[in-house]
Design a protein around this ligand. Structure first.
Ligand code: HEC
Length: 152
């Protein structure tokens, strides 16, 4: 190979590397931007509308320690991935939700009657799944209510 060809080859390699680096930095910028946008984009949850049929429901195991314990296990299985271990709304799936998950420790959440929390769990709405089928037993539903209540 004569010297000119070596120089040309070097130039071509340099050019390809620089194109590659430019492409890579564009991709990295896009990823950073999209994660920023999705974190900023979460909307606050609107208040739930609960019918009187549900707000009037009586909790058959209010504050019962055994029920709270049953709820704790169901929570770990069905709820933790979104709501987080301590119910702060920071589970691994929380950041991919369009709606910000509020904390079960919030006074506003805890101010709801048990029947309203029961409704939210059983009926769900939008990104909050309805657990009427996965948690079919009445006792288990109230156990979940009692557990999230205990997180305050
Ligand atoms: C796929 C993620 C996901 C899972 C799993 C999930 N939730 Fe939710 N949950 C949400 C989101 C998102 C909201 C807020 C939705 C809204 O307000 O429209 C929510 C809202 C709620 C609310 C209403 C909160 C309030 O401020 O009044 C309760 C109660 C609740 N979830 C309980 C549970 C329980 C109990 C489980 C398990 C049986 C569970 N969730 C499983 C995503 C989830």
């Amino acid at each position: 190979m004569d010297e000119n060809r070596v120089i040309n080859l070097k130039k071509r390699i340099m050019k390809n590397v620089s194109v590659l680096l430019k492409g890579l930095s564009v991709v990295i910028c896009l990823i950073a931007l999209s994660s920023f946008v999705s974190a900023q984009d979460q909307k606050a949850a609107a208040a739930w509308k609960i019918s009187a049929e549900f707000t009037a429901k009586k909790n058959p195991a209010k504050g019962d320690a055994a029920s709270v314990n049953v709820g704790k296990n169901l929570y770990a299985k069905h709820c933790k991935s979104c709501h987080g271990g301590a119910g702060l709304g920071d589970g691994p799936k929380a950041s991919s939700m369009k709606t910000k998950i509020s904390s079960f420790k919030d006074a506003k959440f805890q101010a709801q009657v048990d029947g309203a929390i029961y409704y939210e769990i059983v009926k769900g709405r939008d990104e909050m799944p309805a657990f009427d089928k996965k948690v079919a037993e009445e006792d288990d539903r109230w156990a979940l209510v009692n557990f999230v209540r205990s997180l305050k």
